[in-house]
Design a protein around this ligand. Structure first.
Ligand SMILES: Cc1cc2nc3c(=O)[nH]c(=O)nc-3n(C[C@H](O)[C@H](O)[C@H](O)COP(=O)(O)OP(=O)(O)OC[C@H]3O[C@@H](n4cnc5c(N)ncnc54)[C@H](O)[C@@H]3O)c2cc1C
Length: 239
């Protein structure tokens, strides 16, 4: 058993920004450190604990999906969700990159949450507080109808918990038009920075203000669609 006591994991668990609780998985597993996911710079900020990485992934609505197309590196920002040990993306069956990935492709997925701007006394030590994750895996097209529906439900519930049972379910035409791809999570890493600026000793006597400007993504009051049917009120899950 690997004990998860790294400094970054402790910082992550105590982060006021973490929206999903990190609860240890049954196997408490960590991703092995490989040439792919080994962090070179400031490795103490690195994290390989599976649950910590999944918490960072699950909180992100959007990922960057990176791959090489005809020798050219490409990145696509896209929505995603995770079910078990796979990530899922979906898109039109007409999408160029989706069609290429349906054949199976090596990809790299990353997400970043920026929790604060770290304003140091020197320009050099300015930084950001963040939680980021990088995943390496392989794509495959989801052809099983039940898995396809599970993914669509997970997508919808990730955007807005409570939404799936409230909306019209996908029909046969939408099933045909929508491609779902799975991505195995083979190697993964996370990196986490928390806390105040770290200045050079001699700079602490400067008169310059230093500290952290916290940032967060926040849900604001919902704006009803102008075409909303008369009498339809805000559902409880949005209040
Ligand atoms: C919001 C934000 C702002 C940043 N700004 C800067 C900046 O201005 N300058 C700068 O040098 N660095 C910045 N970083 C850190 C940057 O992401 C790299 O971690 C850093 O450049 C060191 O890379 P490395 O040499 O360790 O990476 P490499 O050794 O090349 O990476 C090897 C492996 O380590 C893992 N890894 C590396 N970085 C991350 C990460 N951030 N999250 C998860 N896994 C990772 C990946 O699996 C990667 O394949 C920033 C990070 C974030 C999230």
């Amino acid at each position: 058993m690997i004990l998860n006591t790294s400094a970054s994991l402790v910082a992550l668990r105590e982060s006021p920004f973490l929206k999903f609780k990190i609860t240890p998985s049954q196997n408490m597993s960590s991703f092995p450190i490989t040439p792919n996911n080994r962090i070179t710079r400031l490795p103490k900020r690195g994290e390989y604990d599976r649950d910590a990485i999944y918490a960072i992934l699950d909180e992100a609505l959007v990922c960057t999906l990176a791959f090489v197309r005809d020798g050219q590196p490409v990145q696509i920002p896209t929505g995603f969700c995770r079910l078990g040990d796979k990530l899922y993306v979906h898109g039109s069956v007409g999408s160029g990159y989706m069609r290429a990935m349906a054949e199976g492709m090596n990809v790299c997925v990353s997400v970043t949450h920026i929790d604060g701007l770290v304003l140091a006394r020197s320009a050099f030590h300015h930084s950001m507080n963040y939680r980021s994750a990088v995943v390496f895996g392989t794509t495959a097209r989801v052809t099983d109808e039940q898995e396809w529906y599970q993914v669509l439900e997970a997508f919808t519930e990730k955007v807005q918990p409570g939404r799936w049972v409230d909306v019209r379910q996908p029909d046969a035409g939408e099933w045909k038009a929508t491609m779902v791809l799975s991505i195995t999570i083979d190697d993964a890493s996370a990196k986490v920075r928390t806390g105040p600026p770290k200045d050079d000793e001699e700079d602490y006597s400067l008169d310059t203000w230093a500290g952290v400007v916290p940032l967060k993504v926040q849900r604001l009051t919902p704006i009803p669609d102008e075409l909303l049917k008369a009498g339809v009120t805000l559902p409880d899950y949005l209040k």
